[in-house]
Design a protein around this ligand. Sequence first.
Ligand code: PHE
Length: 337
Amino acid sequence: MDTPDLVALESEAMAALDAAQDEASLQTWRVAFLGRKGRLTAVLRSLKELSDAERREVGAASNQLKGRLESGFEARLRALQRSQAALLASERIDVTLPARPLPGGTLHPITLARRQVERVFRDMGFDVVEGPDVEWDHYNFDRLRIPADHPARDMWDTIWVDAVDEERDRRALLRTHTSPMQIRYMDEHQPPIRVIVPGTCYRYEATDATHEWMLTQVEGLVIDEGISFAHLKGTLESFVRRLFGEELETRFRCDYFPFVEPGAELAVRWHDRWLELLGCGMVHPEIIEAQGWDPERYTGFAFGMGVERLAMLQWGINDIRYFYQNDLRFLSQFRGS
Ligand code: PHE
């Protein structure tokens, strides 16, 4: 019988050992080379067929090879275990670690104030609607009895928009108040009307602690048979008392707005000062008539309040500019829904 080629066997075994990437293939390798029916075992079993001299020589070489294969196996096993341990360690997740905080947003203080106003008027049976920020002068001025040459236009510093409706002779602007929605609403609805209109208004003016070029208003309009100034007073007084408390003192004084007659301003007593909160008045009979309604039968009142001013009063804020500076140190102080 030929003497077995131990050199070829060893290099084949070592190559297979290097190729084993996990413990299972390592065990397969051990069965294949060192197991009871393995390749090296077969060599050892065949020794008896050799001559004495060959048996001694090949036997010694086979035993040495067996030792090298066994220690090769051990070394490979330890190496695999080490790299697995390293992998586990590197992928370790500490599930007891508290999660990183996800900062939740809060509502803007003007949104909060506006919703408060809406809730009070909804409770009194008002609908809530919105209108366009970009408006025709027709609704913002003309239909509110403020014709082009009327000095009352100067009451609002207007931001004009580059859009003209030549056919109807209308020019576009950023609405200076929410009052144009009085007209739009009356065009679409019949009395009885009871509605408020929250929305943003814009005025071309320099800013200071009490003036912003953008402001939020809530307009109110009520039209029905037999509505009087007493209804206006009662409605607005119960509104401000719900916001600021039953003890609040209120004051109505004459004021002028071309679309109401009489017109008034409502002020509240706040820290020993009278603070103007809103403009209001009885809807001008010419406006009722222009809608095709009999002003002897239908009367109504309207009001318009600044939401920033309400919020400043309520939270003791002394500069209106804080609202739109996007400073989280300011904004995150307000909580609510
Ligand atoms: N639109 C007026 C303003 O912006 C307020 C107002 C509304 C006055 C309704 C009377 C009636 O100042």
